[in-house]
Each structure stands twice: as C-alpha cells, then as structure tokens.
Design a protein around this ligand. Structure first.
Ligand SMILES: *Cc1c(COP(=O)(O)O)cnc(C)c1O
Length: 355
C-alpha cells in the first residue's frame, strides 16, 4: 500500500541510544536536556532567534493567538488544514475568509484587501505546501493597519523566502512536527518569533503560566517531552537525505506526469522543501476517477485540502469561489522519504491513462 505520506523512521538503534540517555538522566519532560538541545539545534538550522518547541502544531497556533491577545475578526485562508480555522474558533476569534490567489493558493494582499476593515484585529494565513504570498508586501499591509500576522508554517519547514527563513516573516510563525510532516517529532510543533518579549510570554503560556514555583499567570500545557525531542534530534540529522529523496521524487513526477494536469506555480522567491506534490485536475469528476483507479492499485493519495474551510458545516458560509473550485480539483500525490521510482512511474501511468 502506498499512502500520501509515510512517516520517516530512523534505525531503531539510534532512538534506543537516546532512550538510554533519558533513562540515565531520569528527566522525562519539563524542559529536559533533549528538548533544550533540539530547540537550540532547530533555531540554528532554521536561522531564527526564538524557537519554542510545543506539543503540536495546533496548540502552537492557539498559543500564538492567545499571546497576541487576538479577539474579534481575524482574516484567514479558506485553503489550509482545518486546524488553521479551528484554532481561531477555540480562541474565540471570528474567522473572516479572504479568498486565495489562483496562483499561490494562499491569501495575497489583493484578496486580503477585499475583506480588511476597521474591525480587523489580525491575519492568520498558511504557507500552503511551503508556497507563500509576497511576505514583505504583506508585512507592509499589516503595518499600515497596525495588526499582527500569524503564519501557519506547518508545511514550510526549512523554506527560505527571499533568502531568509520564512519563519522570520510576520509577527509569529508556527510549524507542525506531526508524524506526517517532512520533519517530525512524532507529535510536535513550534512557535517562532523575532520578538523576544513575546517569546518569553509564549514560553510562560506553554507551561501553565508558571513564573517561578508558586506564581501563575493563566496558561495552558503545550510542553513537549524528551521522547519527542529525541525523535526530532535524530530526524534532523537525516533531514538532508530525506529532502534530497523527496526532491528527486518530485522531479520524477514532474517529468512523467502528463501536462494535462496542472502543477502548482511555486513562488520564485521561495526555496522548496518538497513537502507535498499537489496537482490540479481539469474537473472534480476526473479527480474522482483518478482516486478510484489509484485505490484499485492500493495507492492512496489525499484530497489536501477538501473541502475549502469556508464551507465547514459549523460556520456561517462566506463565499470564496477560487478556494472552493481549487479544493474540488486538487490532489496531493504520494511523497515520502522512501517512495520508489517504480511507485512513481506506476502512479503517473495510471493518471496519464485516465486523462
Ligand atoms: C498539520 C497541520 C496543522 C496541525 O498540526 P498538528 O501538529 O497536527 O496539530 C496545522 N496547519 C496545517 C496547515 C497543517 O498541515
């Protein structure tokens, strides 16, 4: 069976070596040595100042929203994973959907300007598939309205925008290190900000609002454990090979797939991390046929992202025609650190035979 993604697992001996360190040390969580080491190494690798490791990418978003004290209307993207929207709802914000650009599939200034007004308290959009809007222009727009931007960077691990870490743009960026992501810590996530004061506040919020032993602000438990950090430390070492394999695999798709399926227009200002291989079919009907045929060969792509988030049943509908159209026609093809050339050839010939 070939799934849309397959979690990378290192040699178990590498993990056991770190488990032995945990046993020797006796500390399992609460900012243990492996968590501290992982935070330091990831801050260096990603070239960011303040890197805060948390238990998942959704709590990362919620803590970011809480730390910025966002309430009321927040402009957000209809084309992302549902966590982007639900984190706003759980933090009592009101999601205002801007449609997406048909090119980058994220909210560019043009779309944001159509819905921004004096009630707008912030922006939360996603660097979908590691692609992004023009972020310098977006920062200028936010500065003009004096509102913060949170970027959901769950897909953007290691991506550079105009030569610097994409996580350095916006007020706060988040990432997910879930087992299905290109770099994972089993479950995990991160919050990144250039603002050191905000970073201190976020660290407090992550740990029940602890300030010393006996004083608490309000907070949540968003900490992560030594066991998760251990997986991250090992996977970080393997990341260059993981990325290289995904690059070669993406190039194979690129050359073998018929030109009748549309590829994503990658922003030339962004480096690529090869986190996903999305393709857009001429119609939803063809997409469904492709899924049926691939499933017959035990190949399971995923409709990332369907439905468009503005169509979630528990929300009051706000129209986003471009996002709704793209969500119906886009499919992420299987991509992992292990997928073989034969698998990719097979997937391409099945798709090519249908279109
Ligand atoms: C995976 C993902 C999340 C959620 O991350 P978790 O670590 O699973 O909580 C949020 N946003 C996007 C765009 C994602 O792909």
């Amino acid at each position: 069976m070939i799934h849309v993604t397959k979690s990378f697992l290192p040699d178990i001996k590498e993990y056991i070596a770190l488990l032995e360190e945990i046993w020797a040390n006796g500390q399992l969580t609460n900012d243990g040595p492996l968590v501290i080491d992982l935070e330091k190494k990831l801050a260096e690798y990603l070239e960011v100042e303040n890197f805060i490791f948390v238990s998942n990418g959704t709590i990362a978003l919620q803590i970011a929203i809480k730390a910025l004290a966002l309430v009321g209307d927040v402009i957000t993207t209809p084309f992302s994973y549902c966590a982007t929207t639900t984190s706003l709802i759980w933090e009592n914000c009101n999601p205002i959907f801007a449609d997406i650009s048909p090119i980058s599939l994220t909210c560019e200034n043009q779309q944001i300007e159509q819905v921004i007004n004096e009630h707008t308290k912030g922006i939360l959009t996603t660097h979908v598939y590691g692609n992004s809007a023009d972020l310098s222009e977006q920062e200028k727009l936010a500065a003009y309205y004096s509102i913060p931007i949170i970027y959901d960077g769950a897909h953007a691990f290691g991506v550079k925008h105009r030569g610097r870490s994409i996580f350095n743009y916006g007020t706060v960026s988040t990432c997910s290190f879930h087992a299905t992501k290109i770099f994972h810590t089993i479950e995990g996530g991160a919050i990144i900000t250039k603002d050191s004061k905000l970073a201190d506040k976020i660290k407090g919020l992550r740990s029940f609002g602890h300030k010393g032993d006996n004083y608490f602000d309000s907070g949540i438990n968003g900490k992560n454990s030594e066991f998760h950090a251990a997986m991250g430390l090992i996977n970080l070492k393997h990341f260059p090979q993981i990325k290289a394999h995904r690059k070669v695999s993406s190039e194979l798709y690129e050359t073998h797939l018929t030109s009748k399926v549309e590829r994503l227009a990658w922003n030339p200002d962004n480096s690529r991390n090869f986190s996903y291989f999305p393709v857009i079919f001429p119609s939803e009907n063809i997409l469904q046929k492709v899924i049926v045929e691939l499933n017959k060969s035990n190949i399971f792509p995923r409709r990332y992202f369907y439905p468009a988030l503005n169509e979630l049943p528990y929300l009051t509908y706000q129209a986003c025609p471009i996002a709704e159209d793209i969500a119906k026609r886009i499919l992420c093809l299987p991509l992992s650190a292990e997928i073989s050339q034969e698998d990719i050839n097979q997937i391409c010939s099945i798709i090519n035979s249908i279109i």
